[in-house]
Write a protein that binds this ligand. Structure first.
Ligand code: FAD
Length: 393
């Protein structure tokens, strides 16, 4: 690795952004390694050879952000379509709009409701639940996920749309899950059915992988795919900067313990029809349907001329991750947070390593957050490290 100023571990959005900035803004040499055989991290997209449709191997990715900085930065590498994401949930044989809005509430209660009526119905159900809870347990605080969810959406919507889905996601009854693994569930008292509320949203015109190809194109960047950092770590000198976007616990050989993650499995199917479900993502809320969602990728690009009467779908199944699974969603229990603070102390003793991205910070990050964090890390930490440091030639 002689001759490189920076070694970036991971070719996802965090690593690719730092590599691009170091190469193009500072003109310094970067080696990007990824253990996978492709660039793009979890945002990777590829053409399914059996249908000709561009699929997202790690699940549907929709770009959205409120950040002018991130949006402007990405325009250097792609244009975006005007795609707007909308999600539906199938429950007990009927279809509902998500996140919960006035159309969902009206459908769930079987009658047209005004915003005021909907608000009152939900508040009354939430109140009943709190009173029943005080009666049984003698306490009024929301202790578990079920209590917290019912306080947001009432019993009817919770039973119909949230309970089974959450139970499948976590393989645990929601009444046994901690309340702090979910935020407040959104309820819109209008007919706004857009999934994301951000100012900017769209799909990259040529797909995600094309963005990464353009970001990593500089002659200052050398890409080594199929290379695990731990097989080359002993070649790195202390005057070289490492940007590590892999799992933190693995970096420190699990010395403080293993951090908990959920993973998902995707079952791919190719169907000989030009449309399988009519939209890109449908959630399945019933506990007795084993999968949580079906993704149908052709709907992410309605502007494309996909001619073959074929379509690729992925059924998504959720479970806890073992050490060899792809870590997707941090579980973040109290025990996880204690382990993480142990690793944070160990990080301070590694001055030439910057930890970042979703795996390196043990945080769920959307793509725009990973890019935004990488731009900040570049400005604040990477430039400082490299300033005045020239590699011996
Ligand atoms: P990653 O993309 O995970 O990249 C990390 C890379 O490091 C990987 O390629 C990995 O192979 C590599 N690596 C790890 N360890 C090593 C090692 N030891 N040696 C070499 N390489 C290593 N975001 C949105 O904005 N919109 C969405 O709709 C959306 N949908 C999502 C759906 C799912 C199912 C998931 C799981 C995530 C979704 N995200 C979405 C989040 C998005 O995937 C992340 O924001 C993004 O992947 C973060 O980029 P990253 O660079 O931090 O991590």
């Amino acid at each position: 690795l002689d001759g490189f100023d920076v070694v970036v571990v991971g070719a996802g959005f965090f690593g690719a952004t730092i590599a691009e900035r170091v190469a193009n803004e500072l003109g310094r040499k970067v080696c990007v390694v990824d253990r996978r055989a492709h660039i793009g991290g979890n945002a990777y997209s590829e053409i399914d050879p059996d249908s000709g449709i561009e699929v997202h191997r790690y699940g549907t990715h929709i770009f959205h952000t409120n950040s002018d900085t991130v949006w402007r930065y990405l325009q250097r590498f792609t244009e975006f379509t005007s795609y707007r994401h909308r999600v539906f949930t199938v429950a007990r044989g009927r279809l509902y709009s998500m996140p919960i809005n006035l159309a969902t509430i009206s459908a769930a209660f079987g009658r047209a409701m005004t915003p005021q009526e909907a608000k009152l119905v939900i508040a009354a159900e939430a109140d009943d639940h709190v009173h029943a809870h005080v009666h049984v347990h003698g306490a009024s605080v929301a202790q578990n996920l079920e209590d917290k969810a019912i306080a947001s959406v009432g019993r009817t919507l919770y039973d119909l749309l949230i309970r089974g889905y959450t139970q499948k996601q976590w393989q645990t009854e929601p009444s046994e899950l901690s309340a702090d693994i979910i935020g407040r569930l959104p309820v819109r008292l209008n007919f706004d059915d857009r999934y994301f509320a951000d100012r900017y949203e769209g799909m990259p015109v040529d797909g995600y992988t094309a963005i990464f190809q353009r970001m990593l194109k500089s002659p200052n960047i050398e890409l080594r795919l199929g290379v695990d950092y731990f097989d080359i770590a002993d070649q790195i000198r202390p005057d070289q900067l490492v940007i590590y976007t892999g799992p933190i616990d693995r970096f420190f050989r699990y010395r403080c313990g293993e951090l908990g993650w959920r993973t998902v499995d995707f079952a791919r199917e190719v169907h000989d029809v030009d449309d399988f479900q009519g939209t890109s993502v449908i959630n399945y809320a019933d506990a007795d349907v084993p999968f949580t969602r079906i993704h149908e990728f052709r709907h992410l690009h309605p502007e494309r001329d996909y001619r073959e009467p074929k379509t690729t779908i992925y059924r998504e199944y959720s479970r806890f991750a073992g050490r060899d699974d792809e870590p997707y969603y941090p579980i973040n229990t109290t025990a996880d947070r204690a382990i993480l603070s142990g690793y944070r102390m160990m990080m301070e003793k590694r001055p030439n390593v910057i930890f970042g991205g979703r795996l390196g910070s043990y945080k769920y990050l959307d793509m725009h957050q990973a890019i935004g964090a990488a731009l900040k890390t570049f400005e604040n930490e990477v430039t400082t490290f490299l300033a005045g440091r020239e590699l011996p030639s």
